[in-house]
Every structure is written in structure tokens, then in C-alpha cells.
Design a protein around this ligand. Sequence first.
Ligand code: FES
Ligand SMILES: [Fe+2]
Length: 337
Amino acid sequence: MYLRNHWYVVARTEELGRELMQRYLLNEPYVMYRTEDGRPVALPDRCPHRRYALSAGSLIGDNVRCDYHGLAFDPDGVCVDIPGQEKIPAQMCAKPVPLVEKHNMVWGWMGEPEKADPARIPDFHWMDKPGWTCSDDSRGFDCHYQLVVDNLLDLTHETYVHTKTIGQAELVEAPIEARRENGAVLVDRIVRDCAAPPLFSKVVDFGGNIDRYQFVRFEPPCYIWIDARAVPTGTNDFDKGLQWVVMNALTPETDDTMHYFWGLSRHFAQDDEDMTRDIHEALIRTFEEDSGVLKIQHELIQSDAPGAMGNNINADRGITLAHHLVDELMAVEQAGA
Ligand code: FES
Ligand SMILES: [Fe+2]
């Protein structure tokens, strides 16, 4: 069960081109491509004739031809050709997914099309914000998307999982503050007078201990912003420190897999291309570590007794608030349906 009347990232801008691409989103297959003038298109990847995959067909101009019996569909899903037949029945159509391209991402609406309001696209403006330098990427995770939301809402795991990059012992000792505000969940943590973790000291010379800030924001269904800052202890001087925002879009692929789209935008050493590459690679290593943990966690949850639950600790407060928020939205959406 997924929230449907929300925007989900369905691809990074550069992933879509003049090739037909199949992608599962929220447990359903879609075929995606661009028209000749560059407009992104997503249609259900089941031919309305006999359910063969349109993505296995041919892109002819702006239309997709199913390469089983040759029916062709335009970008709006309208059937424009049935070989050997003049009359085209109205029901021979595919329902297109409303798409919007913004902030280097393609956003899709798999809910009721008339409710697809572009003003509700999550704020990823750091992707292309003047004065900031961003690198972005995506990968798959073999777990339910909720486990990644939970992972990012409790960053104490950095201490144990990410020892080579952003983890440090002092994190677990600093309490979090979690609250719900305007349809979002915020989890803040400040660690005073600690050593810089390995990745931080690699990219900024703090000259000693730091104050480290983590401001995490969750918006349903699957968005997490991590605003990370570090400054020389006691200075509050962000011009001499580290400041970046990691934007995470966690789109369910199936119940057992997900698409992880991310961008890291930083506000220091903006022109240093080596640093951009180093941070990008460090993040890829970091996500690889998360991916290993979450795959094991997902498999163990799947093989557990139905309804079996873990037990919460103080660090889970943000996760609990987020679960309640999603449950409430789900109840409203189902009541509407
Ligand atoms: S299944 Fe697509 S044309 Fe027959
Ligand atoms: Fe992590």
C-alpha cells in the first residue's frame, strides 16, 4: 500500500532519452521515453491489447508501437493505429502518468490525475541553486522504501555503519529533538566540541574540534532533507565551515526494492571539482554501507512472524512521528477512495 496522490521522483533528467525504458514504480511497470521535442512520457507498460510490454516495442516518432501485434500509442496513451482495422475502440488506450521536470528530476503522479498540482512538488531547489555546487546520482536498494526513510530519520547509525566517512562516537551521546510541524517531521541534533569525522576533516580544515549540526526534515511520502553543518567549535561561523544539504527521494519500486535518487549540494569550495568528485564517491561508499545493512534488515523482517515488531528507543522518536503522519495520510486517502 502506497500513498498515491503525491509526486514521486521517477527518473533523473539525464536517464530519459529516445530509448524506451521500463521502470517499476509503486509495484507497477511503466514505459518511459522522451518525445522528439524532449518532453518526458510515462505510460503503463502493459499493452491495452494483450498486455505485452510496450517497452519491448519500438519508438516511432513520438509514438510507441507494441511489437506483438503492432498497435501504436501516442504520448497521451491514445491508440493511433491498429494494423488491418480502421475503427479504434475508445477503451484501447493507456493512461499516461502526469510528469513534471524540475531540479534535474522527473516527477510523476501515480494517483488521480486531476489532483496532480505541480505546486506540491517537494522543494529540491538546492539542486540548481546559484552559489551552491550539486552532484546527484541514483541507485537501487533491495529493501522496502520505508526502511530507508527510517534509516535517515535516525542518523545515530552513522556511528556504527559509516565509520570511514561521517560516523563518530559523539553522535550517539547527543540527544535529538524531534517534532511534527506543518505536515513534516523535523529531527535536529547538535554535537558540541567534537572531533571532525573522517570525511569532514578531509574536505575542510577546521583547525581543531567542531560543533556539528544535523537538521533532518521528512515530508511524506518519501522525502528527506539532511542539512549538515560543521564549524570550528564555538564560532558559529559557517563561512569557515562545512555546509551541505543532501536531498533524498526514495521511490518504491516493488515491496522489496526501491529507487534511491539523491543530490548533495554544498556551500563551500564551490569551484573545487576534485572535492565534488571526492564527496560524491564518499557518498556512494556510504550508501553502499546502508544498502548492505538494509538488505539484511528487510530479509529478516520478511521472514519474521506476521505483525512482529521491534522495540523503540529514544533515538526513534522522529521515525515514530513519521509513521503516524504517513498512517494518517493513508487513512485520509483511503477514505477518499
Ligand atoms: S499485445 Fe500489444 S499489440 Fe497485441
Ligand atoms: Fe546511512
